[in-house]
Design a protein around this ligand. Sequence first.
Ligand SMILES: [Zn+2]
Length: 299
Amino acid sequence: MNVVGRFAPTPSGRMHLGNAFAYLLAWLSARSAGGEIVLRMEDLDTLRCTEAHAESIREDLRWLGLVWDRETPPQRLRTAAYEEALEHLREKANVFPCWCTRGSLNLINAPHASDGHPIHPAACRLRSPAERAAMTGTPAWRLEAPDLTVSFTDGVYGEVSENLKEECGDFVLRRADGVFVYQLAVVVDDGEAGVNQVVRGCDLLSSTPRQIYLCRLLGLPVPAYWHVPMLTDGEGRKLSKRDADMDLGLLRQRYRPEELIGDLASRCGLIDKREAVSASELAQEFRWEKLEKRDIVMA
Ligand SMILES: [Zn+2]
């Protein structure tokens, strides 16, 4: 089977070194298997995402030598496909209107899901048609989480299992403002592009069982997953967009691409000593087993 990996950046700012690390691994995994890479802009947040940021991300990827084969339409242009998927889900499962707000969910004394959110209360799902008719305002649309344990083997973290009802709860597909959520969009887009390898940061590990469940309901093949370690500072704190010195704009003024890639590759175990190396050179020796399964300390 031809490997199809992907880069799925959110164009809300300059690329961050943590994103570059995940893209490097996605690219190495696909290229070392003779596969291709698809680029997709995840710009569901149309207020924060801009074409200027998207272009700076493309330019940073080219600078790193992480060339992609095709770019698929950005998520802001994909509403019709997500609407079609939502209709499909209504036929296969219980999709119900929800008027809960973040504030009301935080007030209830509910157990918390694996991603830290309060589990959505069953009382909302069990409203009668008359009670729903009496509600005011536009609802969000949620999918009932069944009492089903979804298991998969992550290429880095091994066996992962989650009971959707107990550990995730009913989840939003379309928000009250009409915006589709990442969970649905990512599954529909990867399915349409034929993506069969998903390599991304381990902060998304807890959302994977939900996405696998959506794939199954929509009749889409489930991709293979590799959730890669996060970059942290010396105190174990995850580096983020707030750490301006990890922004590619600044890093490009101080380093050549081969120096940056060699530094990342040596810190995560792909090469033995710190030396300049290009992405293409790394691809010749790449094996997932070399990657160290712990946070990558940048201090
Ligand atoms: Zn609700």
